[in-house]
Design a protein around this ligand. Structure first.
Ligand code: HEM
Length: 477
């Protein structure tokens, strides 16, 4: 089953174009992707041809084959120019996924260009990955502070007990605030960007123009931080590679914004769900402070990056039961591979699969950079921890198997996370100066200066911008 890179496909081997493909993104996939993966596996084996909005793609389902594809970069290329259907002009002009793949950034680079781009990330994200550095400490303390602002706002808007959507009224605004802070958006630009990110991520009718505006906003941010450097990722990227043009940095920030908003946000919701749906092992691990283990379990059960981005075969190669031809497109599925991994684990007597074997961060040369993983892990752990610090009661108001999911070609995330809640007696309130004490304690480090007035004003400005998105038009905003 391993790829045999040096053999050519026999002439009579069926090509991707000649196979009858079933569309992947159906309502069955929305409600039960595991059932769809299992059926594809029964029909085709470890690799299946599927249709993605009318374009045929090989979906890689089994753990070993997914790992092979992720690790062998000489066979499986990221540069979109390897894609034969694109080079031959066979992709529909208005194919919804094309615009994203045409944004040329680190994920879609190969070899030396890719290594250099990763090195830039390594240098620029490094200061934020570790809670012992000033930047790392400040970031963690900002996450705590934003989480507390949101809880205070909930208490003011909806009272100390009631119903809320932990996705719309906590996770999403929190991640947008963190992005604004980490990227170094000035308030005016931040508000504008925040609203467009929501439009873009929700894929509504104005998502296209909103995407264009978000890219343009990232490019303006790059230019702004080149002129006025700050203690933020954008400025550190420029410091690491001053040759980056504003446009290229804008494209990198755009991709990072998707990771930091949608994907990290999904990881927060999925981890909250793991705890809330009452899995006793998970609850124990959270109360024992093993939040990392809870995140791993959530990543294994519901990987936020369900199907990883495309790879293109550099030459004919055998994978699963098929010959993949040079220039064919494959999508390695972390979600399907996890299902396979757990099936392997449960078939081995006295053996369980390590939760760390998940592919939620990818694998091989394009896996999520260590510094980004550390940073995202800190944000997720802090965001989840803060919920269980402040709420004495949080219960799902829908059975876990009836929660609505958004299943796209790449990302899978909860649309809603509706809960009944009760806040504890010491919960934060708006304008509560005592809260800063808890911010400092929760940031768990030596005494540091309080977050600046400017930073708090910044958070308040953003909250005002987000208020009507979190509570609808009821309270204006
Ligand atoms: C919980 C949150 C996150 C998850 C689950 C996640 C997951 C992933 C995965 C699966 C990949 C590999 C995609 C592929 O091979 O097709 C990836 C790549 C990447 N991630 Fe993350 N990520 C997260 C957060 C972040 C954050 C916060 C940043 C930056 C601020 C980031 C930056 C990157 C970059 C730059 C790459 C591309 C690496 C390359 O192509 O060499 N990620 N991430």
């Amino acid at each position: 089953m391993n790829p045999q890179p040096f053999a050519a496909a026999p002439a009579d081997a069926p090509s991707l174009e000649s196979l009858r493909v079933e569309p992947l993104l159906t309502s069955a996939f929305d409600t039960d992707p595991a059932g769809v993966y299992a059926q594809l596996r029964r029909m085709y084996g470890p690799v299946a041809p599927v249709g993605l909005m009318g374009v045929p793609v090989w979906l890689v389902l089994d753990y070993r084959e997914v790992l092979d594809v992720l690790r062998q970069e000489s066979v499986w290329r990221r540069d979109i120019r390897y894609w034969r259907a694109r080079a031959e002009g066979r992709l529909p002009q208005d194919w919804p996924l094309l615009a994203g793949y045409e944004v040329r950034q680190t994920m879609f680079m190969d070899d030396e260009e890719h290594l250099a781009a990763r090195q830039t990330y390594h240098s620029a994200l490094g200061p934020f990955q570790d809670a012992r550095t000033p930047q790392g400490w400040e970031l963690r303390s900002a996450v705590v502070s934003y989480a507390d602002e949101l809880v205070a706002m909930l208490a003011a808007e909806s009272g100390t007990a009631g119903f809320m959507d932990l996705a719309a009224q906590y996770t999403r605004p929190l991640l947008l605030m963190v992005t604004t802070r980490l990227f170094g958006f000035p308030v005016e630009l931040g508000d504008e960007m925040v609203i467009d990110m929501w439009r873009m991520l929700d894929g509504g009718p104005d998502a296209g123009p909103a995407t264009g505006r978000a890219l343009a906003a990232m490019t303006r941010l790059a230019a702004h931080r080149r002129a006025v450097p700050g203690d933020d990722l954008t400025s550190y990227m420029l410091l690491a590679d001053p040759s980056l043009s504003d446009e290229q940095l804008g494209r990198e920030l755009f991709m990072n914004a998707v990771y930091l908003n949608d994907i990290t946000g999904n990881m927060v919701c999925n981890t909250l769900l793991e705890v809330l749906r009452g899995n006793a092992t998970v609850r124990r691990s959270l109360s024992a402070g093993q939040i990392g283990e809870t995140i791993n379990r959530a990543a294994l059960a519901n990987s936020p990056v369900a199907n990883m981005c495309f790879r293109f075969a550099a030459r004919d190669v055998r994978l699963g039961n098929f010959w993949i031809r040079a220039g064919d497109v494959v999508s390695p599925s972390a979600a399907a591979a996890h299902q396979d991994l757990m099936a392997i684990g449960s078939s081995l007597v006295d053996s369980t699969v390590s939760t760390r074997a998940h592919l939620g961060w990818g694998a091989g040369p394009h896996q999520c950079p260590t510094a980004a993983r550390e940073l995202a892990g800190t944000v997720v752990a802090t965001a989840v921890g803060r919920v269980f610090d402040h709420f004495t009661k949080v219960e799902l108001t829908l059975p876990a198997d009836q929660l609505p999911w958004r299943s796209g070609p790449v990302v899978r995330g909860l649309r809603l996370l509706p809960v009944r809640y009760e806040l504890g007696p010491g919960h934060p309130t708006t304008g509560d100066p005592a809260r800063l004490g808890s911010v400092r304690a929760a940031a768990n480090g030596a005494p540091r200066p309080d977050p600046s007035h400017a930073s708090r004003r910044h958070a308040r400005g953003l909250l005002q911008a987000l208020r009507h998105l979190m509570w609808g038009t009821r309270k204006g905003g």
